[in-house]
Ligand binder design. Sequence first.
Ligand SMILES: [Zn+2]
Length: 267
Amino acid sequence: MVSSPRAPLAPTRHLTSDCQIAMIDNMLSITSALLDELVAANRILFNQGILDAFGHVSLRDPDDPEAFHLARNLAPARVTAGDIVAYRVATGEALDAAAPQGYLERAIHAGVYRARADVGAVVHSHAAALVAFSVGRHRLRPVCHMSGFLGANGPPLFDSRDHPGADADMLVRDGATAEQLSRCLGDGSVVLMRGHGATVVAPTLRRAVFRAVYARVNASLLAQALPLGDVTYLDDREARASAVHESQVDRPWELWRQQAEAMAASS
Ligand SMILES: [Zn+2]
């Protein structure tokens, strides 16, 4: 994958001169294959019901850990390679001052990348099944062998009301709130956001997509199981051991990608 020719990252239509194009090309580029993977991640997450018109997925630049790639302000199902913009981890701002408008919550991605050197990809979603477990008394603990990454005790909960600087609209749009969210995430894979959604992280893009999908699957399973009576959760040993399933991430990725492409072709 990394042997593919490198393509200019910033869409050149947003640049105003040859000088600027050269500057951007020298500052950062991304392989066309990786760009394709990020576009596929957007399509998969929409097709799997994790993202709708809102939510986003980003990829840390493999050659420059101080930059990451994220679509412009656009519904994920509509994202193409030309919509991917490079951002600075330090500020959450686009490298190209002429880049199109970004997502309001791109600070989430920058904040997590600043806090966690091990994170290579971030998914922020408003998946309904996850929101349900951010507002009730039941914790989102793992009940499925595919979701041990949640940790035996389940992910932490970020409540914007606990952070005086957070906006009442509950969006994470600034670096300080993103830092608080990252602190709540700690060294985990998922942080729930009360009445809002979840942020899922992983070392790779495919694993981030896998975790985003199976976090939602686990939430749906648990919602079905709770009315049936006492629930048996994965214990710590099982949750840790189930990480082995992520070694199989290419199998669902290829299936989900094929399904997403078929869906896009028929629409
Ligand atoms: Zn959000």
